[in-house]
Design a protein around this ligand. Structure first.
Ligand code: SF4
Ligand code: SF4
Length: 427
């Protein structure tokens, strides 16, 4: 994969369609939806303020200096402003192009590490699995516990956020798995980079749930990480190559849908058409691919699920992952599926679609703001009295598990597919 390129490009040179910027009429209706504006009450930390800054940069009135980067990087990319905007401004596209112009956030060393991860690790499943095995060794040898005493607080917090790496990663023996019962659909499934190593049990649950709902499931062996982390952090060179490889891998099969169980990945894959719009060899294929992408809950709801019969006695609250609610506009379907599970009592929290502060690597790069949002989220969860939270996205699950252990309440955190799988009797 090619090395990422950034630096002194303007947002337009980084691929921003300027018409997106001029769609903003500066009404300010997005301000109170924005977590960073709500926390700081500063215009430059609001969607409108950031759009002003990007426009000024695009028109050559300001430089892409550290101040500019600071405002763009404090944004969580949660896209709550898109939901609030009556003019249909696609803030995510604007911010992604601005970030592509300035490069990944953090110190020089942090940026170099991030670039290395984006271009030399994420696109290579074998390397990613080798890195996960090393992490498992670090966790199980006792070195992690020791390092928590030695490392500065911020680094030891980061270490505490990592889940225990499972012994087995998601790696089904076959590329095509038959449905259980009558075939109702033929779907591709994204294993995902983080999901397949850190949340392999969720991938396995998703596969069982799909098959039990009559899906023949195709897991193309050439599939890769979707590139969402790259895109959100301004790295588009490797991201485009990963998109092309996924398009080739999945479109080699005749599929009714491409099912994704991670909200951030699904949102990025639904935008492959936009990402590759200037690539004559892939633009049409990318649109075709994007039209097939469905969140797992969205897909199962539209298919109509086989009624689950095993009772799951839990009172749960549902956290809308930002890239599912704001990015994909999927809100009611996961709730409907939860309510179809016998024994589940759904208790809504206040502002369930407000960001929990995870936001990809934001909880590492902007830990103070991330923790403030997490504490607010944990208070909302506590107010429901629920004993479990459902959040169908790996970043949210990690963040909420950390929140439960550090701030309470001591809720269990599940993926929607975990609970559906239980209700179908599991493995
Ligand atoms: S994406 Fe989220 S944090 Fe960023 S400007 Fe929009 S609402 Fe604010
Ligand atoms: S982004 Fe939308 S809601 Fe926000 S100021 Fe612009 S037009 Fe108004």
């Amino acid at each position: 994969m090619e090395q990422a390129e950034h630096s002194s490009r303007t947002p337009a040179q980084a691929g921003l369609d300027l018409a997106e910027l001029y769609q903003c009429v500066h009404c300010g209706l997005c301000l109170n939806a924005c977590p960073t504006y709500r926390a700081l009450r500063i215009e430059s930390e609001s969607p409108r303020g950031r759009i002003h800054l990007v426009r000024a940069a695009a028109e050559g009135r300001i430089e892409l200096n550290q101040g500019f980067a600071g405002h763009l990087n404090l944004c969580l990319m949660c896209r709550a402003c898109e939901t609030a905007c009556p003019s249909g401004v696609k803030y995510g596209r604007i911010a992604e192009a601005a970030r592509a112009a300035i490069g990944p956030p953090g110190s020089k060393l942090g940026r170099a590490i991030a670039n290395l991860a984006f271009t030399r690790l994420l696109p290579f499943p074998a390397r990613l699995r080798a890195a996960a095995r090393l992490l498992r060794l670090y966790q199980r040898s006792g070195a992690e516990r020791m390092m928590r005493w030695i490392l500065p607080r911020r680094l030891s917090d980061m270490s505490a956020m990592l889940p225990a790496v499972p012994r087995r990663f998601f790696a089904p023996d076959a590329e095509i798995l038959a449905p259980i019962g009558v075939r109702r659909a033929r779907v591709g499934m994204l294993g995902g980079c983080v999901m397949s190593v850190l949340f392999s049990a969720v991938d396995e649950a998703t596969l069982r749930v799909l098959r039990k709902n009559g899906c023949e499931v195709v897991l193309p062996k050439n599939q890769l990480c979707c590139g969402a982390l790259n895109i959100h952090n301004g790295e588009t060179v490797a991201a485009k190559e990963m998109a092309r490889r996924n398009i080739d891998a999945f479109l080699a099969f005749d599929l009714d849908a491409i099912v994704v169980n991670a909200a951030g990945c699904g949102a990025a894959m639904k935008e492959y058409g936009y990402l590759l719009r200037d690539d004559p060899a892939y633009a049409e294929k990318a649109e075709r691919f994007a039209a097939l992408v469905k969140d797992a809950g969205e897909f199962l709801f539209s298919l109509g699920i086989v009624a689950p019969t095993a009772a799951v006695g839990l009172s749960v609250t549902y956290q809308d992952p930002c890239h599912l609610a704001h990015g994909q506009k999927v809100r009611s379907q996961p709730r409907a599926l939860l309510q179809a599970i016998p024994g589940i009592k759904l208790l809504e929290m206040n502002t369930p679609d407000r960001c929990c502060g995870s936001a990809g690597i934001y909880n590492i790069t902007h830990s103070a703001m991330s923790q403030e949002l997490l504490q607010e989220k944990m208070r909302s969860i506590a107010a429901t009295g629920a004993t479990a939270v459902v959040a169908p996205n790996p970043g949210c699950m990690l963040q909420l598990r950390y929140g439960a252990s550090r701030y309470g309440p001591p809720v269990e955190v599940f993926h929607l597919m975990d609970l559906l799988d239980r209700a179908y009797g599991g493995s």
